[in-house]
Ligand binder design. Structure first.
Ligand SMILES: Cc1cc2nc3c(=O)[nH]c(=O)nc-3n(C[C@H](O)[C@H](O)[C@H](O)COP(=O)(O)OP(=O)(O)OC[C@H]3O[C@@H](n4cnc5c(N)ncnc54)[C@H](O)[C@@H]3O)c2cc1C
Length: 424
């Protein structure tokens, strides 16, 4: 879509909360710095450019060469998709939208001076700062996990990239008859259905390539945290004898040398491939900046109308790092939705307009239960000004009746559409 037609489109006007196209009075050198080029940050960078008619300079700081998607990465572990299919370059943002992409890490943020200093030494000044650094995995909450992770023996692959490939290699190298164990932390964590989808993918791989092998799902929660009835039906019907689910298993220690997991209450478990997911919190740069002011300092509080931090003015936090509103999952689709609300609020504020008083968010999470069949959960969330939070819209969204191949087509198209929406 051309710039002009986007600005005059009903989508742009709805995001900005405007009834008619308004002229901008953005200061000519306004600059937004975005830290993190994942689902939240890449979308925010693009939409600040689009909604400001390319008048606001946007600098995106991201250490990786390309965007690698966590959604669909479980299929790389299962073997039905390849890394290249979940990787998108950042050139769309720079060439199509004029975003300055800086390959670096943000090391420190000075919210009083409004500057970001990069690991490479440069300091960038901002009018508005967007942080979408994802999650930090709290390795020290499980004894022995940090050294096992550093040695490459016990992996998470909860940030898609080289670890996804390494975990796939561990699964390939495991002899038939071996056990793959995945541990799930207590909620909230990144992507509620993600671990159960992963268990399905590994079970599908074993069923097709190593039929004597087993998948053990060791969940710290009381029960499956998302799409529970759907996953359990699939496990009973497609993976009986291969996949075993055990709730209330909170892992406390890992003995990588002997392949043993220890739990708060239950007996030890032995497995050949250990995939230990520890508790999570806001991305390290948000914590280091002191934005993690909620839920025992794990998550960042935001004003949900704009996503501005409640700890620092002119700093906006998106995606998995925030304290989620009720029923708001930590998902890529949600981070993409947060980003559009924040981008519109930033453009409005720099233009001298009031932010949209009633933003809306959407979410759909698809889960592949094998290489083709998929289930989904969807919801719409509206900002309720009187309560200063988002609530699900009554009657919105829904849940699949059961897995279908048609939903598999929708899921793959969802992925390609959201990658294009964020990055192209
Ligand atoms: C296996 C798996 C499956 C999933 N499936 C789905 C799904 O089907 N649907 C769905 O909607 N969601 C899914 N998710 C969840 C989704 O991936 C996350 O919710 C989403 O990535 C959150 O977006 P984000 O912007 O907060 O973080 P991310 O997308 O992780 O982006 C964070 C970015 O910040 C960068 N960064 C971090 N620190 C710095 C720094 N100091 N300086 C510069 N850059 C920095 C990182 O390099 C990274 O690129 C899945 C997750 C997993 C693990």
């Amino acid at each position: 879509m051309q710039r002009r037609s986007f600005l005059q489109s009903s989508a742009a006007l709805a995001l900005l909360g405007l009834g008619a196209c308004a002229t901008t009075s953005i200061p000519s050198k306004a600059r937004v710095v975005v830290v993190g080029g994942g689902y939240g940050g890449a979308t925010a960078a693009k939409y600040v450019r689009l909604l400001s008619d390319h008048k606001i300079d946007v600098v995106l700081v991201e250490p990786n060469d390309a965007f690698v998607s966590c959604p669909i990465s479980n299929l790389v572990l299962g073997g039905s998709r390849q890394m290249a299919e979940i990787t998108t370059p950042y050139t769309g943002l720079s060439r199509q939208h004029g975003v300055t992409v800086v390959k670096d890490m943000a090391r420190t943020i000075d919210a009083a001076r409004k500057t970001v200093t990069l690991a490479g030494g440069a300091t960038i000044a901002y009018d508005k700062l967007v942080l979408s650094p994802g999650v930090d995995l709290m390795m020290n909450t499980v004894e022995g996990l940090a050294p096992a992770q550093a040695a490459g023996t016990v992996l998470q692959a909860w940030k898609a990239g080289p670890e996804t490939v390494a975990l796939r290699r561990q699964l390939e190298a495991m002899p038939d008859g071996g056990v793959y164990a995945i541990t799930i932390p207590e909620q909230p964590y990144r992507c509620p259905p993600g671990p159960y989808e992963r268990a399905c993918q590994v079970a599908w791989y074993f069923k097709t390539a190593k039929p004597r092998s087993k998948v053990l799902v060791l969940d710290a929660n009381q029960d499956v945290t998302s799409k529970g009835a759907l996953f359990k039906k699939v496990w009973a019907e497609q993976y009986a004898g291969i996949l075993e689910y055990r709730p209330q298993h909170k892992v406390t220690a890992v003995d990588a040398r002997n392949g043993v997991l220890k739990f708060e209450v239950q007996d030890d478990v032995k497995a050949q491939v250990l995939n230990v997911l520890p508790a999570m919190r806001a991305g390290a740069i948000a914590v280091q900046t002191g934005l993690n002011n909620q839920a025992n300092n794990r998550w960042c509080g935001v004003n949900y109308q704009t996503f501005e931090s409640t700890a620092a003015k002119d700093v906006y936090v998106l995606g998995d790092s925030i304290l989620a509103a009720p029923a708001m999952p930590k998902s890529g689709h949600m981070a993409n939705s947060h980003a559009k609300v924040a981008a519109a609020a930033i453009v409005a504020e720099l233009s001298g307009w009031a932010p949209n008083p009633s933003p809306l968010l959407t979410n759909t999470c698809y889960s592949f239960v094998d290489n083709r069949n998929v289930v989904h959960v969807a919801s719409v969330h509206e900002y309720v000004a009187a309560e200063k939070t988002f609530k699900t819209v009554a009657g919105s969204g829904g849940l699949s009746a059961g897995p279908t191949e048609l939903e598999g087509v929708y899921a793959w198209n969802w992925a390609q559409n959201i990658w294009a929406d964020s990055l192209a």
